[in-house]
Design a protein around this ligand. Structure first.
Ligand code: NAD
Length: 423
């Protein structure tokens, strides 16, 4: 069956994508069959259905998940997402990607992820806090500073992390800041964490441009998603000299082929709570945005945006994946065939987990670093990882995704092999 004939629902199954990427890497490194069986499954998957009392006095039942894919290299690490489309398969895939992400940048964590099926915009702040605290209690049997450490993801932020940290601390009877990362500075957060994922995207994009022999000031950029990752990536890429021609949120985006001032877009969005109506820009739909004329495309919203339906129409010659899983295997094959240079999610957006690791280390030591120190250490780790992946790509004649997978899967397999099978 050709990729075009695949039903979009199958193509859009993140767990199928994650497993097929792993299978390809396992084959490339001739991984032993028993390790393939272990690593292509998640270790633990937890589902809970829990009640929350709403402001109107009614009770609503929510469904949430926490999945740990592999904890052989250290405690599990991964974000918590609030979105109506959250599913167990999506959370499993995101947990597996976290394992590879931590391994590709060589930080001592395993992979986890969590989520609640909810549109947070439908809840009041009070309801959101109650839902978060009850979910934190449900997953408290799994999480902890030496076991599994959550962080922000889609529709969750520092406030969400502060509520989770406070809930766990109340259970313990003392403050336990190292149980979550991405917290506000006041409760043990790290300088530079809010910007870390976008900063990592920018470090990878600039390194890729350099490899391709293109200067940032010759580079037109489209960014899908204008949340934490998208807006910071746009801001820092502009500071690096690129021209940002389009940005978007879930309802659509804005486009100006001559460039948008991201500072002004941020001010406008803060004031108007929308990108719509930004002066001097045309409106553009999220699908059309992906195929606009540009040199660099940064998908920084949600998964499955680049598929067999639009991959041939993408104009960018460089794609840097800010989001997790934005590209299906079918689209990946088309990009490979078209010679598009793609920096994969497990490398491109690893800046977030890297600074989360710094935050965890600072919390455990109760000794905090300056933002300059954080940014310097982040740059050193990401630049080294980028160069290692590039070297593997060239030595083994692979694309960047498979080169990153070869690095990551080899490291996790090595740890799993050394530890052996219990009992
Ligand atoms: P966020 O909630 O801050 O922002 C998400 C953005 O995507 C918003 O602008 C939203 O309007 C937009 N969006 C949602 N649905 C969309 C759709 N259907 N089409 C277009 N835009 C849509 O979330 P975030 O933290 O910026 O995460 C974005 C992506 O980056 C996710 O895939 C996440 O897993 C990944 N990521 C985040 C971090 C982090 O540190 N926050 C780290 C690594 C990876």
């Amino acid at each position: 069956m050709s990729s075009i004939e695949l039903k979009p629902t199958i193509e859009a199954d993140e767990w199928r994508t994650a497993q097929s990427q792993f299978d390809e890497a396992a084959e490339l490194i001739k991984l032993e069959p028993w390790l393939r069986d272990v690593l292509r499954e998640v270790q633990r998957e937890f589902t809970c259905h829990f009640p929350v009392k709403l402001d109107n006095g009614h009770t609503r039942i929510f469904t949430g998940y926490r999945v740990q894919h592999n904890i052989n290299r250290g405690p599990a690490k991964g974000g918590i997402r609030y979105h109506p489309d959250v599913s167990l398969n999506e959370v499993k895939a995101l947990a597996m990607w976290m394992t590879w992400k931590c391994a590709v940048v060589n930080i001592p964590f395993g992979g986890a992820k969590g989520g609640i099926i909810v549109n947070p915009r439908e809840l009041s702040l009070n309801e959101l806090e109650h839902m978060t605290r009850r979910f934190a209690t449900e997953i408290s049997i799994l999480i902890g500073s030496d076991r599994d450490i959550p962080a922000p993801d889609v529709n969750t932020d520092g406030q969400t992390m502060a509520w989770i940290m406070d809930t766990l601390s109340m259970h313990l009877g003392y403050s336990a800041p190292a149980t979550v990362t991405g917290k506000p500075l006041e409760v043990g957060g790290s300088a530079g964490r809010v910007e870390a994922t976008g900063r990592g995207v920018t470090i990878c994009a600039v390194a890729a441009l350099e490899h391709l022999g293109r200067a940032p000031h010759q580079t037109k950029v489209v960014v899908q998603g204008f949340g934490n990752v998208g807006s910071i990536s746009a801001k820092l890429l502009e500071e690096a000299g690129c021209t940002i021609v389009a940005v978007s949120e879930d309802y659509g985006g804005i486009y100006n082929p001559l460039g948008l001032s991201i500072k002004r877009v941020l001010e406008y969005r803060a004031r108007e709570k929308t990108l719509k109506g930004f002066p001097g820009a045309k409106e553009v739909g999220n699908q059309d945005l992906l195929t606009l004329d540009c040199d660099l495309l940064v998908p920084a919203a949600i998964g499955n945006q680049l598929t067999s339906r639009n991959a041939r129409d993408v104009k960018a010659k460089l794609i840097v994946e800010g989001a997790n899983g934005p590209t299906t295997p079918e689209a990946d094959a088309i990009f490979r065939e078209r010679g598009i240079f793609l920096v994969p999610d497990i490398l491109a957006n690893a800046g977030g987990v890297t600074v989360s690791y710094f935050e965890w280390v600072q919390d455990l030591q109760s000794f905090f670093w300056s933002e300059h120190e954080v940014n310097q250490k982040l740059k050193a780790i990401l630049s080294r990882a980028f160069n290692e992946v590039l070297k593997t790509r060239e030595e083994r004649k692979l694309d960047m995704r498979m080169a990153a997978y070869v690095q990551a899967v080899s490291r996790v397999a090595g740890a799993t092999r050394e530890r052996g099978l219990y009992p």
